[in-house]
Design a binder for this molecule. Structure first.
Ligand SMILES: Nc1nc2c(ncn2[C@@H]2O[C@H](COP(=O)(O)OP(=O)(O)OP(=O)(O)O)[C@@H](O)[C@H]2O)c(=O)[nH]1
Ligand SMILES: [Mg+2]
Length: 194
């Protein structure tokens, strides 16, 4: 199967709404707690280990980074929520930008919410789900680092998360073993027709 994300390129990183690229096409937001594995997943999805920076130090991603998949699809990598001392994503400097983005961005189609499979649905994840629900933006829950669990544990975690959500099913991925990304690409591409 051809990887339609293969030619994804970094466009720009911004910290202010006015610096956002033109509001055209389709945008998928990549969200999640710091260290959840967002950047690793982006690299696995695009089969490009050098695309987004991975780090052992939480909070490496501090801007909203735009990646162009093709003419009509962009992936938007958010800084992890809760990487600093703040207890809520709302208190982060870029939170007003995020709220403005949700309120105004015509191109926003869906949010991928990355959660470490060992620690899913923390308060800030629930905040993000609530924000999606209040703005009527669909979300795709993704459980990362599935290589850290046995199949049995994995299925239990998945069932537990699914039990807490209506109308959506979580996907498990491992950026280490490169599993689950076919499914994730399919889900993302569902939102990418302009
Ligand atoms: N075992 C395992 N480790 C992973 C996986 N995905 C990410 N990691 C590790 O988790 C750490 C954080 O990964 P990142 O991809 O940088 O996480 P992030 O969500 O982008 O973090 P921020 O940019 O700080 O918000 C790194 O040490 C990765 O190597 C995975 O699927 N399996
Ligand atoms: Mg990152």
């Amino acid at each position: 199967m051809k990887n339609l994300f293969k030619d994804t390129k970094f466009m720009l990183g911004v910290t202010k709404y006015k610096n956002l690229p033109e509001d055209v096409g389709n945008e998928i937001l990549l969200a999640g707690r710091s260290n959840a594995g967002k950047s690793s997943a982006l690299n696995a999805l695009t089969d490009n280990p050098k695309l987004a920076r991975i780090s052992k130090t939480p909070g490496r991603t501090t801007e909203i980074n735009f990646f162009e998949v093709n003419d009509s699809l962009k992936l938007v990598d958010l800084p992890g929520y809760g990487f600093a001392k703040s207890s809520s994503y709302k208190r982060k400097d870029w939170a007003p930008l995020l709220e403005e983005y949700f309120a105004r961005r015509e191109s926003l189609r869906a949010v991928v919410i990355f959660m470490d499979i060992r620690h899913p649905l923390k308060d800030r994840d629930k905040d993000m789900i609530a924000l999606c629900n209040s703005e009527n933006v669909p979300f795709i829950p993704v459980l990362t680092k599935s290589d850290k669990m046995s199949n049995n544990q994995k299925n239990k975690a998945l069932a537990q998360v699914n039990k807490n959500m209506v109308g959506v099913e979580a996907i498990t991925v491992s950026s280490k073993d490169i599993t689950g990304f076919d499914k994730l690409s399919k889900e993302i591409l569902k939102f990418s027709s302009a």
